[in-house]
Design a protein around this ligand. Structure first.
Ligand SMILES: Nc1ncnc2c1ncn2[C@@H]1O[C@H](COP(=O)(O)OP(=O)(O)OP(=O)(O)O)[C@@H](O)[C@H]1O
Length: 274
């Protein structure tokens, strides 16, 4: 088995306060191997953001733990980068594109010549070298999200966590950004955990799709996406196997909404009729 990049063990989170007690996550256990791309889907309110915030060290679990490359996560870890949905709020408007990408590298203590190369490479990888002197507000939403992605990959994180990163862009841009993520992932070998509401997106991008149950959350199924590694928007999405997998995940989420908490024995992805 390949090396484990991320290890989530018996993670639980109950929110308390203001006379309320919400058991958001009951028990999540999974690992993500180095260089894997794993998507997380689940019904609204299932605890996807809670899980990501625990992984990113922004929220303390009530029980269990998260380990990044073997080290227990107790705060935002140095080896992790996060891309959020709200690109508009995650970029500094007074800085140029280049300065935004460079900023975390300065904080990391990377020296100037190395920094210059890392920023150039990241901007070239997302196709934004020509816009490096623009400010974020001069760019389209999709371009701003590219800047956020460039900033994350320039940092060379061990694990890249993406929380609904394309929810706010139009369908065409979304498809381009999905391909960009697959491309960067294949070229850089980075480990990615990608949370999305969109079942098609999860199946298109992932090597695995973790389907979460309704709250209090457990993993309903860890679905292996056995599609060829070379994917493209037209051929992959019209592949019969893609349709099977998306139908399977769709059905699981419908069942999750109705309260199902473990995989039904008769409904594996292998058995969905074509
Ligand atoms: N700070 C908080 N205090 C109390 N309850 C909270 C808090 N944050 C989240 N919750 C509750 O925990 C549950 C999980 O929320 P979370 O935002 O993690 O779900 P989600 O799957 O990301 O939702 P969505 O898909 O709608 O974005 C919800 O019932 C939510 O109301």
């Amino acid at each position: 088995m390949n090396e484990i990049a991320l290890d989530v063990r018996a993670l639980a989170k109950t929110y308390t306060g203001h006379g309320r007690r919400v058991e958001a996550v009951r028990e999540l256990t999974f690992t993500v191997g180095r260089g894997e791309l794993v998507c997380v889907v689940g019904p609204s309110g299932a605890g996807k953001t809670t899980l990501l915030r625990c992984i990113a060290g922004l929220l303390e679990p009530s029980a269990g733990e998260v380990r990044l490359a073997g080290e227990r996560v107790t705060g935002p870890p140095a080896g992790m980068a996060v891309v959020f949905q709200e690109y508009g709020r995650s970029l500094f408007p007074w800085m140029t594109v280049r300065q935004n990408v460079e900023r975390p590298l300065i904080e990391k203590g990377m020296r100037k010549p190395e920094r210059r190369g890392a920023v150039d490479d990241a901007l070239a990888a997302v196709g934004l070298l020509d816009s490096q002197d623009a400010h974020p507000w001069q760019l389209s939403g999709g371009m701003q999200q590219r800047v956020a992605i460039a900033r994350a990959v320039a940092y060379r994180p061990g694990v890249l966590v993406m929380d609904e990163p394309f929810a706010a862009v139009d369908a065409q841009t979304r498809a381009e950004l999905e391909d960009l993520v697959r491309d960067l992932w294949q070229h850089l070998g980075v480990t990615i955990v990608f949370v999305t509401h969109d079942i098609d997106e999860a199946v298109y991008l992932g090597q695995r799709v973790l389907v979460l149950s309704n709250r209090p959350t457990v993993i309903l199924e860890d679905v292996t996406v056995d599609l060829p590694a070379a994917r493209d928007q037209l051929t992959t999405r019209s592949d019969a196997r893609f349709a099977e997998l998306r139908a399977h995940v769709y059905r699981l989420i419908q069942q999750a909404k109705q309260g199902l908490r473990e995989t039904p024995a008769t409904d594996s992805a292998q058995e969905v009729p074509q």
